[in-house]
Design a protein around this ligand. Sequence first.
Ligand code: PLP
Length: 452
Amino acid sequence: MTVLTNMQTRDVEALLHPYTNAVTLRQTGAHVIESGEGVYVTDADGKRYIEGMAGLWCCGLGFGDAELVDAAKQQLDKLPYYHLFGGRSHEPAIELAERIKDLMPSMARVFYQSSGSEANETQIKLAWYYNNARGRPEKKKIISRVRGYHGVSIVSASLTGLPYNHKSFDLPVDRIHHTSNPHHWREAHEGESERDFSARLAAELEEMILAEGPDTVAAFIAEPVMGAGGVIVPPEGYFEAIMPVLHKYDVLCIADEVICGFARTGEWFGHQKLNMQPTSVSMAKQLTGGYAPLSAVAINQDMADAIEAHSGEIGIFGHGFTYGGHPMGCAVGVAALDIYKRRNILGHVQSIEAGFQRRIRSYADHPLVGEARGIGLLGALELSPGGKAMFDQPGKVGARLAAELVKHGVILRAIGDTLAFCPPMTITEDELEEMFAPIETALDATHHWAKA
Ligand code: PLP
């Protein structure tokens, strides 16, 4: 019997998507979403849902925003395509780069792609190019983190520290290493404070750099708050302990802001909120509110100088994508950044985050919940059969809870047995109330099911 009842489904014989579990989908069909308005989406049966994940963490301005749609339409009318190659450019790309720089004064240049994976792929090539430019061709290893998520292309999937992104793809590739994930609740020793745990992780990073050889380590990459790894907020003092280690060994610091960027954590960027001082920053998703595929990498002046000088010497900087900085994507990006400022989205997030986090934490004592956590408008309930124990069949209980919530008209995402929340940042108090209303009932029902 399937839980996806009373819902329009489509045959999926012709469909394969990386995250599609083809076997399950064949049994249930695909739940087809047809339209969206504000924080709601409507499926092909006409049933309405609160989209508590902003799609895939991207529709921070909700659905059906006329300004974003108009920006896309106008740009398609005016100039549907042009590139940023061979000395050519276009207005939306320049305007958006200026606005990104205004928000991030420590960055000097902006380089466009279409997806978060491409942004991180670009980051690694930039780090390698930079060290060639600096005459350090051996300094190429990258340190990422267990449970970090950085994409699915060959190198970005290697940076990703989740086994299912490596399994049967022969990944990770060489030169990419993973240090521990900073999940205090699950990973800290008994009685270890957050600060002590942070210091231990910084010491572990230093040991890894020393073991590999500081002259071989180019960069450290981290999401300020891990998203797809389970919404893992770093412990107190984490980046404050990590940063001096990176400085000591001249290791670049890459902030992957693909989820955290543009007000999600309660600051413009997660690195600002969490005291990370990046040398370069990846952005995507909320850069366009999810209305167009666009990503960007911002680099600091030192990197920009080295890269420019080296490309002058060798005659080429041989990297860039046909659709990187697509005019429609950039026009939508400009409109999105305007909206964030004009509608004071950051102020709105700051005004509702306390209520959101209070609601998340109100489930901490539910017998199915191991940990309730979050920051800004990101939240998670990590389910457990008791304490820190894990379920025998990972992912089943989480999937069941997400399916229960669908019955109640709420779409959230189960990451294994962790229920993730990332609502559109435009969500009102009343809509928050509506999103949280069925959680207790769905937790109870899932708890009974799991015990049976
Ligand atoms: N980096 C982070 C932090 C992400 O969450 C994601 C996607 O969820 C990516 C990179 C990859 O982005 P994309 O799916 O656009 O390639």
